[in-house]
Design a protein around this ligand. Structure first.
Ligand SMILES: *Cc1c(COP(=O)(O)O)cnc(C)c1O
Length: 359
């Protein structure tokens, strides 16, 4: 067996311990005589898996009682429609557009009502987070929407926008569980699991209960109503059982690492190794303004396309894979999620130093 250092933006690296445990339990889950993939979602064994997963997530994030935790499907992209369908009572929402995912969400919302772009960082290729302390929030806005960590451009909100009393809705796909959060600051936060938590196929949404109602836009499918899933404790229909099981293992792994404060310290340490190198290198440079830098996704360039390509190729040959930047941006991107060990970041920086010397 040989494992690489996987810098993929998603689906992404998972803790080795979790994969090993899953391997041990693959054929016979704790005496059930079958794998978790083969068991009924109504079984006692699975009920325990999903309940424990939720309890561990609640403990990790300190999720208050008045918030529901939903395990959904359809990817983060399905939320782009589900959010306006469920929350746009006045058919007005304000979007802060800081990258491609926020832009897609904003465009989707336009199908259902008036979706205003109240701030954007498109003017400088999404390389920063705009000042959101005093934005022109619409009086009628049902919510204010952000993508908290921009997976593609590598920016992160360091302070949440001032929504002037409107519920904040946040896509946290690529920063989920990377640091402590104050859930009470959000009306709804959600993310696809495949970035920082588990396998693709699971979306976790944490929603304040008063936002879960039957008062949704006309024609909203049953499956796209939060209330459907909230009323059934995420078991309205067959959920992504195996994915939820792996997420549950990752939650336990995170608790063992010391929880989200410990993860934050670890993630800061990892990111600073890479950013410090980028700040001092003559060949490589980061593309994001310093005070907007993500701890999770680190885009960088050499300034020369051929050299970028050579770097990506040689890195891959040395066991550092998936460093190619998003197809819309080019250059490189190292995603250094929770499960990326510090050794991986140190090894990458050593490799970059060596490459710089040789080229
Ligand atoms: C990957 C990603 C998405 C899209 O996720 P899917 O599960 O593929 O729909 C949306 N938002 C952010 C921030 C992402 O990183």
């Amino acid at each position: 067996m040989s494992r690489v250092y996987n810098f993929s933006a998603g689906p992404a690296v998972l803790p080795e311990e979790v994969l090993q445990e899953a391997a041990v339990e693959m054929l016979d889950y704790r005496g059930c005589g079958m794998s978790v993939m083969e068991m009924s979602h109504r079984s006692h064994a699975f009920d325990t898996i999903i309940k424990e997963a939720e309890a561990d997530l609640r403990e990790l994030m300190g999720i208050p009682k008045q918030y529901k935790v939903l395990f959904l499907q359809g990817g983060a992209s399905q939320q782009f429609a589900m959010i306006p369908m469920n929350l746009m009572k006045n058919k007005v929402a304000d979007y802060i557009v800081t990258g491609q995912w926020a832009k897609k969400a904003w465009q989707e919302a336009q199908k259902y009502g008036t979706a205003n772009c109240i701030a954007s960082s498109a003017d400088r290729t999404f390389s920063y987070i705009p000042d959101c302390s005093d934005l022109p929030i619409s009086e009628q806005a049902d919510y204010v929407y952000i993508c908290e960590n921009n997976t593609i451009y590598g920016t992160k909100f360091k302070t949440l926008p001032n929504t002037k009393g409107k519920p904040l809705v946040a896509d946290v796909s690529s920063c989920f569980l990377s640091e402590p959060v104050d859930v009470t600051k959000y009306g709804l936060l959600y993310g696809g699991a495949q970035k920082n938590i588990g396998p693709a196929g699971v979306v976790i949404a944490i929603i304040r209960e008063d936002l879960i109602t039957d008062d949704v836009l006309d024609g909203t499918p049953t499956m796209l109503k939060y209330k459907t899933h909230a009323d059934a404790d995420s078991l309205y229909n067959t959920p992504p059982c195996y994915g939820i099981y792996i997420c549950g293992k990752v939650f336990k792994w995170l608790k063992k690492q010391g929880g989200l404060s410990a993860m934050k310290a670890y993630n800061e340490e990892k990111a600073s190794i890479l950013y410090d190198f980028l700040d001092n290198s003559d060949m490589f440079s980061g593309t994001v303004e310093k005070n907007s830098r993500s701890l999770m996704n680190v885009p960088f360039v050499t300034g020369n396309k051929e050299l970028d390509a050579k770097f990506i190729k040689e890195a891959e040959e040395s066991g550092f894979v998936n460093l190619k930047g998003h197809r819309s941006v080019g250059g490189m991107r190292a995603s250094i999620y929770n499960a990326m060990p510090i050794e991986g970041v140190k090894a990458l920086v050593s490799f970059m130093k060596k490459f710089e010397k040789e080229n």
